[in-house]
Design a protein around this ligand. Structure first.
Ligand SMILES: C[S@@+](CC[C@H](N)C(=O)[O-])C[C@H]1O[C@@H](n2cnc3c(N)ncnc32)[C@H](O)[C@@H]1O
Length: 257
């Protein structure tokens, strides 16, 4: 196991994703932008009217809208919203009576996402700065939490799951796309163990511990040429009657992004 200082890890993640925001053409060890959106089967009509700069810095690992269509009127949190593509698409899907909050810790990503929402004059989509481990969203606010390629980057994954559970309404649901645990030595050298994604059983157990029910976890093949970047899809629900005893103690590791 490669030991990593949590603050160092956060700083490294911030620097990497500031580059994705400010210099998306640079080329990264992961796919980005329009080509990625096409690979993940984002419908061209979802991207219409969204500024090219928001599409260019897209860095998700899956398509949350195929696996969990949003309904009109739903309140949505996009946990780790990056340059805002999924939040802006979600804003359209949930319609005029709904609201979307994107949360991200990286300033350059937030700046870009906010410009994108302003360009669309979409005031129902807002972006807040924060950590997934301590989200600036009130208890029980969201009908749906989506997260695309982010939780593998969180130093305290249990705290992130707990926060997702907290901000959901009873009966609310999550649609999470993240990396399958890498089994490749070169990846272990490139990233710390903490960034290596999840095994299916591990993800299921984390969701259970956070209090979720109706948990489904599966692997989605998205890039046959790069099996180290297979995606895990997890969907789950917060029980309608929340059992306080099943909630883990809050683990807070930092409060300012
Ligand atoms: C792989 S990108 C995905 C962004 C976006 N979901 C998308 O699909 O384009 C990861 C994003 O998560 C953010 N991030 C990583 N760890 C975070 C944390 N602990 N709290 C908040 N944001 C985090 C990064 O700043 C980055 O914008």
């Amino acid at each position: 196991m490669v030991a990593v200082d949590l603050e160092q890890m956060r700083q490294a993640v911030k620097e990497e994703y500031a580059e994705v925001a400010e210099n998306p053409e640079k080329g990264f060890h992961f796919h980005t932008g329009q080509a990625l959106a096409e690979m993940l089967e984002y419908e061209p009509c979802w991207l219409e009217g969204i500024a090219a700069e928001n599409v260019a810095s897209f860095a998700g690992v899956g398509n949350p809208f195929i696996f969990g269509a949003l309904k009109p009127g739903e309140f949505v949190v996009d946990a780790g919203s990056g340059a805002g593509l999924d939040s802006l698409i979600a804003g359209r899907m949930v319609g005029p009576s709904a609201h979307v909050i994107g949360i991200d810790m990286t300033q350059a990503m937030l700046d870009k996402a906010r410009r994108g929402a302003a360009a669309m004059d979409d005031r129902r989509v807002e972006f807040r700065q924060g950590f997934l481990e301590d989200m600036p969203v009130e208890d029980g606010w969201a009908d749906v939490v989506i997260s695309n390629g982010v939780i593998n980057l969180c130093p305290d994954k249990a705290a992130a799951w707990h926060e997702i559970f907290r901000i959901l309404k009873p009966g609310g649901r999550v649609v999470i796309l993240d990396l399958v645990k890498h089994r490749f030595e070169e990846a272990r050298e490139m990233y710390a163990d903490e960034w290596l994604g999840f095994a299916e059983a591990e993800l299921e157990s984390m969701l259970e511990k956070a209090g979720f029910a109706n948990i489904e976890v599966g692997i989605v093949d998205r890039d046959a040429e790069a099996p180290q970047f297979q995606t895990l899809l997890a969907t789950a629900e917060k029980p309608a009657e929340e059992s306080q005893s099943s909630r883990p103690a809050s683990i807070k590791i930092g409060t300012s992004a």
